[in-house]
Design a protein around this ligand. Structure first.
Ligand code: DGL
Length: 280
């Protein structure tokens, strides 16, 4: 098996996996959630990088030629170092100046690419973990691709714990969602597009929609990441040709599988079985 690896700190990446599988059901997938150490949002750059690299190495050891970091926090804090420093050392290309033989992709670039077509006012809001917002990665990527777009990031530190603890539908979640959306829109009333810049947040979509003016569109990342991955595979036949195609999905977690399976079912809409692993 040479599956596509999909990694997140917890359950959030399942919202991305769902869209990737919808678009490309033919491939095999290996999902890894580091639930035992979630949330990553409040953790330092060093810690998020260390944990993400451990996960990436584990997925490579299990045969993945390509890994998607389906986590904005890991994409913001670890992706660049892994792409630029670790991969060329771990998997050097046989041909000088070409790419390493295994790849790791993130979720921020595909989202930023898509948003240029979606905003009319050119004022975009990002709701994300405090780690993603503090990294300013969205601002940096936006400045490269769409320098005319004004970006305002709003950290929502309570949203991931609400989702990880199965409280996304509870009345208690309304307070935090409403408060953070109001804070964001007060900082820039011209925002016409809000990116749900954390893969956990699609689970709060209905609550966000309920407290956001209808003139403001909400962007969930999964479909954009899936489309971008499909384009990537079309352009990189060296990697695409290595992938196995039995249409399977396997789930790994660093927590109790008995906890993972029912929560994962909420994200995916169908039952799954999970296996426990440890990362070092
Ligand atoms: N799902 C992750 C993200 O997209 C993050 C969460 C966390 O562990 O704080 O940022």
């Amino acid at each position: 098996m040479s599956p596509i690896g999909v990694f997140d700190s917890g359950y959030g990446g399942l919202t991305v996996l769902r869209e990737i599988r919808r678009l490309m059901p033919q491939y095999d997938y290996l999902y890894l959630g580091d639930n035992a150490r979630a949330p990553y949002g409040p953790r330092s750059f060093e810690r998020v990088y260390e944990f993400t690299l451990q996960a990436v190495r584990h997925l490579f050891d299990m045969g993945c030629p390509l890994i998607v970091l389906a986590c904005n926090t890991a994409s913001a804090k670890a992706l660049r170092s892994i792409q630029q420093r670790d991969l060329p050392l771990l998997f050097p290309s046989p041909v000088a100046s070409s790419l390493p033989t295994r790849r790791v992709l993130g979720v921020i670039r595909p989202t930023v690419e898509a948003v240029g077509e979606l905003t009319h006012t050119r004022h975009v809001g990002i709701v994300a973990t405090q780690g993603t917002v503090a990294s300013r990665t969205y601002e940096l990527e936006m400045a490269k691709l769409h320098p005319d777009i004004v970006v305002t990031g709003q950290a929502c530190p309570m949203w991931v714990p609400l989702v990880e603890n199965g409280e996304a539908d509870s009345p208690g979640a309304d307070y935090f969602v409403r408060r953070d959306i109001q804070r964001l829109l007060a900082r820039d009333p011209q925002i016409d597009t809000i990116i749900l810049g954390c893969t956990h947040f699609p689970l709060l979509y209905n609550k966000v929609r309920a407290c956001t003016p209808s003139s403001v569109q909400l962007i969930s990342q999964g479909a954009y990441v899936a489309r971008s991955l499909s384009d990537y595979l079309c352009r990189h036949s060296d990697i695409e040709g290595c992938l196995s195609r039995s249409g399977t999905a396997r789930f790994l977690t660093t927590e109790q599988p008995g906890n993972f399976a029912p929560s994962a079912a909420l994200f995916l809409g169908h039952a799954v079985e999970a296996e426990q692993i440890s990362l070092t």
